[in-house]
Ligand binder design. Structure first.
Ligand code: FE
Ligand code: FE
Ligand code: ZN
Length: 294
């Protein structure tokens, strides 16, 4: 029997239902995977876990047969654990990641997704070493078994982690490689210069440089910009420069059948597109003009 596609989206976590609401949102899209931030994405202010209705959310997951291996937390994006130029910010980033790993464990989720960071004026090699040191420190003290999934990034400004080779270096320099995995973001790969339309070649390249066993999750997004634009603007499936065919192939690729796919495509007229996008990926069929119905 063909394994059911593991697919979901980014979901919100808001008062008053918090995690229970996040799980309900995912179920409303027929999802069996999900990703959320444990607070606002743009800051590290966080509500205590016991206010977030976690047991109710977890019970609802269990009742619907959703495996917590398919649940991911995204770290806030203000973090930069790769730049030693401003020591107080580096300390703050390390502290925030430790807290987020413990919070991720508190949800029973599998991994924390982290953008590798920015080198600012230091250069990529120095930043990679700084990040590896930060990760060593984090894994020494956090006391969890939660993995960090380093996300491939579009290469805006001085972002590090655009290439498979650079991510490989981070893993090699870290003393706890067993705690590290990868999140492949299709929009970021494409904007960073990779040809995402040749899925087999892309996965072969990834396997040779990093190893498919490191892959923890795929962010499935179309891109508003041409390949190599270094922009990072997500588009709805089939409306961007990657196209539905390649994204659908990626979603349903036999080598990735055990890997959850998470949509981070934009809302349309303030409405979430995910139920429709998930349905098209499961049916392996693009519905012409689907976006116009929103
Ligand atoms: Fe991300
Ligand atoms: Fe992403
Ligand atoms: Zn992005």
């Amino acid at each position: 029997m063909e394994k059911k596609l593991l697919i979901g989206s980014h979901v919100a976590m808001n008062a008053p239902e918090y995690y229970l609401g996040s799980v309900k949102e995912a179920l409303s899209y027929q999802a069996n995977a999900l990703m959320f931030y444990t607070g606002a994405p743009q800051n590290s202010f966080r509500k205590p876990l016991d206010e977030l209705r976690i047991p109710e959310g977890r019970a609802l997951l269990a009742a619907n047969g959703i495996d917590e291996n398919n649940i991911f937390v995204h770290a806030p994006y203000i973090i930069n654990a790769a730049n030693a130029g401003r020591p107080e910010l580096l300390r703050q980033s390390i502290r925030t990641i430790v807290i987020e790993l413990r919070r991720t464990a508190g949800f029973g989720a599998k991994a924390l997704i982290l953008h590798p960071g920015n080198h600012l004026k230091a250069g990529e090699d120095v930043a990679i070493e700084t990040l590896a040191k930060s990760l060593n420190e984090i894994f020494e003290i956090d006391g969890t078994e939660v993995k960090i999934a380093l996300e491939t990034i579009a290469g805006k400004g001085t972002e590090i982690g655009k290439t498979f080779e650079s991510l490989r270096k981070i893993i090699d320099l870290c003393r706890y490689p067993e705690r590290l995995g990868i999140c492949l973001d299709t929009c970021h790969l494409h904007d960073g210069g990779y040809d995402v339309t040749d899925v087999d070649a892309l996965l072969k390249d990834f396997d040779e440089i990093i190893g498919l066993e490191r892959l923890l999750v795929v962010h499935l997004n179309d891109s508003k910009n041409p390949r190599g634009a270094h922009k990072d603007r997500h588009e709805n499936l089939g409306y961007g420069h990657i196209g539905f065919e390649a994204l659908c192939k990626m979603a349903n690729h036999p080598l990735l059948s055990a890997i959850p796919k998470i949509l981070e495509t934009p809302y349309i007229n303030k409405k979430a597109p995910y139920a429709k996008e998930i349905q098209m990926l499961r049916d392996k069929k693009f519905i012409d003009g689907w976006k116009e119905e929103f």
